[in-house]
Design a protein around this ligand. Sequence first.
Ligand SMILES: Nc1ncnc2c1ncn2[C@@H]1O[C@H](COP(=O)(O)OP(=O)(O)OP(=O)(O)O)[C@@H](O)[C@H]1O
Length: 614
Amino acid sequence: MQKLRRSPALMLGLAGLAFFVVLGIVAPFIWTDRAETLTDQTHLAASAEHWFGTDALGRDIFARTMVATRLTLLMCLATTAIAAVGGIGFGAAIWVGGPRVRALGQRVIDVLISYPSVIFALAMVAILGPGVGTSIVAIGLATCPAFARLTTNLAASIAGRDFVSTARLLGVPPSRLLRRHILPNIAEPLLVLLSVAFTVSLKALSGLSFLGVGVQAPDYDWGAVLHKGLEGIYLNPWPALGPSLVIILAGLSGGLIGDGLAAAVNPAAGRKRGYRAKVEALTSVPAYDAHDEDALAVADRLSVVLPDGTRLVDEVSFAIKPSEVLGLVGESGSGKSLTAMALAKLLPDDLTAVAGTLKVGDLDLNGRPPAGRLATEIGIVYQDPSASFNPTLKLGGQLTETLRKHGGASRAAAAEQAVGQLAAARVTLPEQRLKQYPYELSGGMRQRAMIASALLTSPKLLIADEPTTALDVTVQAEVLGLLREANERDGTAILLISHDVGVISAICDRVVVMYAGRIVETLPIERLRAGEAEHPYTHALLAATPTLHSPVDEPLSSIPGRPPHPAGRPAGCAFASRCPLARQQCHDELPVLTVTDTGATACHALHWDKEVLA
Ligand SMILES: Nc1ncnc2c1ncn2[C@@H]1O[C@H](COP(=O)(O)OP(=O)(O)OP(=O)(O)O)[C@@H](O)[C@H]1O
């Protein structure tokens, strides 16, 4: 509810709807007499006594509009209910019915949805005759396909999720699967459609009555009042304008509710505003490493912040020199990917990067760098080669897109460059690959193609986020070799993210160790390889990493406990509760990064008797 309260559109829409509901309840008690008593004061213009004038039978049109509120809202409600129950029911039934029923059902929905609902409703009215009941059923049924399609589409997207697969594996029958696992997970978009359907029904029902085939006398809804008001519109516009205005206001309320609900159920929507006020000022602690004048990429006190002010990444500072391979290592959730994505300006909408300096070359990432330069100067290789490419497009188009869009290359020149880069990345049959879809390549081949794609624009910085995690060991080694080769051949600086110390040791020059969103140590790779880290967390990571020399009969060391969530980081060292060396000071005071001969470490133990770390 807190989320809903934050949406002004929703609140305004709900206030509007509440007004009309109250009006619908009280209006018939107040205005029925004026609305239905025939008088000889016919076709009067709008005046203080008759705000919207009078009709051909001398009835007050304002009073009729007010009284019609109840019937109009009740009809909209009934129509929406029919559409929702029928549509969701149909969508759910064909989803449960198995693949054949689903395919057939979806065709039926596609056909039904292609006909405008008012045409469908008119056909029904022609068969059943006009009236309140017919209008409700006609518009309700005509709106069903929209619900049915959303239900099947959403159910299909949820059906592929792991928890549904697990339930299937456990033999949960489809109807129960739908009830317990699928419908609760698709309720929010359906709710949004519900409010949209309410507005659509209002328009359609009013339209039918306006055409004279909806509500019939002696009943009247807003559309019927509008129908009568149209008779003398050139002499007296208010009998038509008044009811139209009310229909527009009610429709607007429904629309605002739909927009507000959509924003409220989308966690990324509407959150950005005001976040900066919640971010505390940057600390004045000098950023270790970030002042290197020759550095290619600099992150100085970079924080990644949630709208509520939680720092998922908390003031990390590092610099990457040209031609350097910097490793970012840490357990899952330590903030590695967010740090890298901040550097590529690819954070999700609900997250914000705040930094003293954030730049790659002369590209200031704190500002609004031109999209073309971002796309060409920073390359990215993701973890999952199967998700890195769009499965519906051939590789050729995807590989050459940036070159053509931002580099101004012709189709032929871009293709030639792509072939060359694929060959350099040891993708076999490079020309042929351009005509293939991503799924036609093996996982390793796809990752090589991804690396080729990222290097095509000769980026200054290549970000490789767990580039080998999804690959088997031999392909892993080849992919790491390719990255190192690009680095040595073209001087591309690389930020390599991994939770695997072994991968980091294999190709990096220097390593930054992250824990719970902060840097705990930076050190040259030789020291990491020699096991000469300063921080107990780095030691623990090393001890948990298998090597060829690890005794097979001894279990690997593991780090007991779990890192704290960024929102619940303790006042002192975040690693203290898991640290074998922790003293009271560690729980009370946050250790700052202390520069050592070869790097920097944030650990109180550094200042104690050296032997405790031995
Ligand atoms: N959009 C988001 N909204 C809220 N929290 C997020 C969001 N993205 C990431 N987080 C949280 O931020 C923290 C850091 O995430 P990040 O993905 O950077 O970790 P990581 O070290 O790369 O881990 P992994 O190796 O598992 O990807 C985690 O606690 C994660 O749950």
